[in-house]
Ligand binder design. Structure first.
Ligand code: TXA
Ligand code: MG
Length: 341
């Protein structure tokens, strides 16, 4: 059942039972969701949840998403639930949507970051759902990476990120969505001021089907605007988003300067760009998101001096990918090239 990487467990019946036992004893279990792998702990166990923060090196004021086995569990965690929350849950759960609602007092402060709200989501991955049902409780789970890094989208990525620090990793293959859930804040009065705090595969347009209007983004300066602050979801190598119009010129500039460059673009390299580690990305946003983190991890392994990413279309379906790449690029522009003279 346990493979040679030591901690990876197949998600068969015995594997799930093993993971549930670990969770009941206050341990940590990484598990697959349809978005990215999560690092789960019993949401009602203070020590267990504390360990999540220690293992990830995450500041304790960053609240965690509580994962539920079914929409009906919403009111065990939230209060004053607006109608629209139930309708969104009915339409999009299980699925990649996190709802921020007013919390019940029973929710632990360590889970909510001491705020009056709680983030809730019912994941669509069959392994996550089977685990939640077998555990018969809720799991607090951030993405299973060290704080600020790329989220893992397969079990082997979790080993790289956290392998030494956690009890087990349930293997559910590669995540089909590949980027984190959409976070929608419904904790404003009457549920009327719905705001997307983090874009995801469920776009503002999808949400508007239920909300009746396109939701706005986070208020500027909101201290807890999730998805974290800018500078999240970052590879180690500096990443630059480069406008289409000058992409070839910028690649050439770096090559002329003798820099090692990796590229993510939605087209193959031209003849004079063959020396570049070039990843041809899909032209549709769903496939692009699915492989984005895996591709970034792959190029990051060779530590290029720059990862150059071709900028993306401005339509809603690309919102989440633009958001992650923008965050990944923060702080990169001014990083020195350190070229040999
Ligand atoms: O797809 C996902 O959402 C994945 C999988 C594992 O479910 N989880 C995930 O968790 O991305 P994490 O912790 O890496 O990102 C969750 C974000 C954090 O930035 C956190 O600040 C925000 O959600 N969040 C959680 N509860 C919140 C709350 N009550 N109010 C505002 N933001 C909240
Ligand atoms: Mg995360």
């Amino acid at each position: 059942m346990i493979n040679d990487l030591g901690k990876i467990i197949k998600s068969c019946q015995e594997g799930i039972a093993w993971a549930v036992d670990i969770l009941r004893r206050g341990g940590l279990v990484a598990f697959p969701t349809e978005t990215v792998y999560g690092l789960g702990a019993d949401a009602g166990n203070l020590q267990a949840v504390h360990r999540i923060f220690a293992v990830k090196n995450r500041p304790v004021n960053h609240p965690l998403i509580v994962h539920l086995a079914e929409p009906a569990a919403l009111d065990r965690w939230a209060r004053e639930i607006p109608d629209v929350a139930w309708r969104l849950a009915q339409r999009f759960w299980p699925g990649p949507l996190t709802l921020i609602l007013k919390r019940r007092p029973e929710a632990l402060d360590i889970v909510t970051g001491g705020q009056d709200t709680v983030g809730l989501r019912c994941p669509a991955h069959p392994v996550a759902l089977t685990l939640l049902q077998a555990f018969d409780g809720a799991l607090a789970a951030p993405s299973a990476n060290r704080f600020g890094r790329l989220s893992p989208t397969c079990a082997a990525d979790v080993v790289v990120e956290l392998g030494n620090s956690i009890e087990c990793i349930l293997d559910g293959g590669e995540c089909v969505i590949g980027i984190e859930s959409t976070i929608l804040d419904l904790s404003g009065s009457g549920g009327s001021a719905a705001r997307v705090l983090r874009p995801g595969a469920i776009t503002a347009l999808h949400l508007s089907e239920i909300l009746g209007e396109i939701p706005k983004g986070p208020t500027v300066g909101s201290p807890r605007a999730p998805g974290g602050r800018a500078g999240h979801y970052a590879p180690r190598s500096p990443l630059l988003l480069v406008e289409d119009g000058c992409f070839d010129d910028v690649v050439q500039l770096y090559l002329n300067a003798g820099a090692t460059v990796a590229v993510l673009a939605r087209r193959p390299p031209r003849v004079n760009q063959t020396g570049v580690l070039w990843k041809v990305m899909p032209t549709d946003p769903v496939s692009y998101a699915r492989i984005l983190y895996a591709q970034l991890r792959e190029v990051d392994v060779v530590s290029p001096q720059r990862i150059l990413v071709e900028s993306l279309p401005s339509s809603h379906e690309w919102d989440a990918i633009r958001d992650r790449l923008r965050r990944a690029s923060v702080g990169s522009v001014n990083r020195s090239l350190n070229l040999n003279p």
